[in-house]
Design a binder for this molecule. Structure first.
Ligand SMILES: NC(=O)c1ccc[n+]([C@@H]2O[C@H](COP(=O)([O-])OP(=O)(O)OC[C@H]3O[C@@H](n4cnc5c(N)ncnc54)[C@H](O)[C@@H]3O)[C@@H](O)[C@H]2O)c1
Length: 298
């Protein structure tokens, strides 16, 4: 996708963190914006700030776990702007702890937002964009799904999140191949950030009642939470930088987007172990203090 001005971007999780920064870059490029989020106060703040920046903004409460709400978002975007060109399936939440200690509600919540949110976004918006393309010979579109380095690695004590993000990488690669197969004028990318300072370590602030925690957190869940807070807060690459590199990748038609390419050595090591039929290597080989911190808390 080469041209952004006057075109329409839809951003889920658009009220905070990376989503809000995507919106800021998009507004700077003259795009019209559709923001979807469950946190109403942050959504209102984002809309006000982006309108002050000169953007036309539709801000909508939308829980991406629910297909009918994502459909309502798409309908509202079409009613307001008449087309959709760029979609960020970005809303996401985190939870940690030893994988056998996570409750059914933990799995439902994290897979609901991180995976079903992307499934609904791809299912609904790809078809909508192909319909837009059929009406407009100049149409260019792109879909960016936010996964994580946790979609390429499997660090301990964050299994539910790992599973959700591996699925998003798989979904995104398949989307890319399927779009290529039919020669669609719509590109696809998967964003795999490492630790970036945002609200992700406070995801529980938006945990809905229907999947609320039904017991006090276990020792491993508290340790994983403390580790995540520290890692996210000390991230050196900013959300604004990740947003800019994501737009550069969309412009260049680049599929894999990494905030910390230096971490790819761990991915290469994992892939080599798979191909050479070795057991998984220690994900904390380069950062043994993290492993020792977790062990000390269990
Ligand atoms: N920050 C990091 O270190 C990091 C690393 C890897 C991947 N990611 C991914 O980046 C994406 C953005 O997260 P972030 O870091 O900006 O965190 P964030 O918490 O700052 O932003 C996430 C946004 O998603 C919204 N949200 C939560 N549940 C929702 C739902 N059901 N429906 C709609 N919106 C919902 C939140 O209200 C929030 O505005 C997520 O998919 C996350 O997994 C973040």
């Amino acid at each position: 996708m080469k041209h952004f001005a006057g075109r329409v971007a839809v951003i889920t999780g658009g009220a905070g963190g990376l989503g809000r920064e995507f919106a800021t870059v998009a507004a700077g490029l003259g795009m019209k914006l559709v923001l979807a989020d469950v946190q109403q106060d942050a959504l209102d703040d984002a809309r006000r700030a982006l309108e002050e920046q000169g953007a036309e903004v539709l801000a909508m409460a939308c829980d991406v776990r629910k297909g009918e709400q994502v459909q309502a978002l798409a309908d509202a975007a079409m009613a307001r702007f008449g087309a959709v060109h760029l979609v960020f399936n970005n809303a996401g939440v985190g939870s940690g702890g030893l994988i056998w200690e996570n409750s059914e509600a933990d799995w439902e919540w994290v897979l609901g937002v991180n995976l079903w949110g992307v499934i609904h976004g791809v299912r609904i918006f790809t078809r909508l964009m192909l319909d837009c393309a059929a009406r407009d010979p100049q149409f260019e579109g792109h879909i960016v799904n936010t996964a994580s380095m946790a979609g390429l690695l499997n660090a301990p004590a964050m299994g539910v999140y790992n599973v959700s993000k591996h699925a998003v990488v798989s979904l995104s690669e398949t989307l890319y191949h399927d779009l290529q197969l039919v020669g669609a004028p719509v590109g696809a990318s998967v964003l795999c950030p490492y630790f970036v300072p945002t609200g992700i370590s406070q995801s529980h602030r938006n945990r809905p009642d229907d999947v609320r925690m039904d017991a006090a957190p276990t020792a491993s869940q508290m340790a994983a939470q403390a580790m995540t807070v520290k890692a996210v807060e000390s991230g050196k690459v900013t959300a604004a930088q990740v947003a800019q590199m994501t737009f550069d990748a969309v412009r260049d038609g680049q599929f894999y987007i990494y905030s910390h390419p230096g971490a790819l050595g761990n991915v290469a090591e994992r892939m080599a172990a798979i191909v050479e039929q070795r057991n998984p290597g220690d994900p904390y080989a380069a950062t043994p203090h993290v492993r020792e911190f977790l062990r000390s808390k269990l």
